[in-house]
Design a protein around this ligand. Structure first.
Ligand code: NI
Length: 312
């Protein structure tokens, strides 16, 4: 796999940092951390925000690490405070990896041959909007990947079971309680990653090999914990900013307009506007010739401890 991997080092997260990230705009450029062989030729456009994810507002759980402001409302459109450079000294590490060659598992789409994109949904599951989304995806025969919080999953085991029962749905780990892992020590990082995965594995009966760090923030400690836990770090290259716009048309336009072959599209299954957008996003992506796949299908065999923003 290493001979076909590529790493991007020090590429600016320009598009996101340029738009209202406040203190983050002065943050040094990300420094790549990974296990793969550097390759100088990847286009800068393949790297986008790794700092754009919001603190989700999910009323059914308590996240001790969130600020009262961030947790106080489900309708705020104000971006929660972003970590400062000093709070995230190692920053995130954008790494792009080309999947290894090899036979495509039975039933998987071969994304080397067709234009694949992966829809991803974070911060659930819940009994409202998550159900609406899985119903819409099921009706459309569309795959997706759900990066669940262990705390949310524990509160909604029947929804986890519904998702696990559909072989076209994939379950990834999004920690237990959504902290910024860059602010935690190794013990707490390991607990968030390992306990989140254990909860999801226990409820779904599936191995958990994908991890999405809250806010896209990770450092060498996080990467090492993921490597030890057998989980690849899955970021995104298309940020719908659905948490901020809370608008079905805007979320749809950003998902469809931003998608390229190999894209990983970030959404959150806790917002009604996002749930309402899903049927249109699926239809419009397909009308543009994209094939929807899970993250594992998109990436081939993502490697533990390695960070992926998109395919290719
Ligand atoms: Ni999240």
């Amino acid at each position: 796999m290493l001979n076909l991997t590529r790493r991007l080092a020090g590429v600016a997260v320009a598009s996101a940092l340029a738009v209202g990230l406040g203190a983050c705009a002065t943050q040094p450029l990300p420094r790549a951390v990974g296990t793969t062989v550097p390759a100088p030729s990847m286009p800068a456009a393949t790297v986008r925000a790794t700092t754009a994810e919001p603190t989700p507002a999910a009323p059914t759980i308590t996240r001790p690490s969130e600020t009262p402001t961030a947790a106080a409302s489900t309708v705020t459109t104000t971006r929660p405070a972003q970590p400062t450079a000093s709070a995230a000294p190692a920053s995130s590490a954008p790494v792009v990896v080309v999947p290894a060659d090899g036979p495509v598992p039975t039933g998987w789409v071969d994304c080397a041959a067709v234009r694949c994109v992966a829809l991803t949904f974070d911060d659930g599951p819940n009994t409202g909007t998550t159900v609406q989304i899985i119903d819409a995806l099921t009706k459309a025969g569309a795959p997706a990947t759900f990066f669940m919080l262990g705390s949310m999953a524990q509160n909604n085991p029947a929804i986890v079971a519904r998702i696990a029962a559909n072989p076209r749905f994939e379950i990834g780990n999004h920690t237990v309680s959504h902290p910024n892992l860059n602010t935690l020590g190794a013990g707490a990082v390991n607990a968030q990653i390992n306990n989140g995965a254990a909860t999801l594995k226990g409820l779904s009966g599936r191995p958990v090999t994908l991890f999405r760090p809250p806010y896209g923030h990770h450092n060498a400690t996080v990467d090492a914990a993921c490597r030890a836990a057998g989980q690849a770090l899955i970021i995104w290259d298309v940020d719908t900013e659905d948490w901020k716009n809370r608008n079905t048309a805007t979320t749809t336009a950003r998902a469809v307009g931003g998608a390229r072959a190999g894209s990983i599209i970030l959404m959150h299954d806790i917002h009604p506007s996002t749930a309402a957008a899903v049927p249109g996003i699926v239809a419009q992506l397909r009308a543009k010739g994209f094939v929807l796949v899970t993250v594992s299908e998109l990436l081939g065999r993502p490697a533990p401890g390695v960070t992926y923003l998109r395919r290719g």
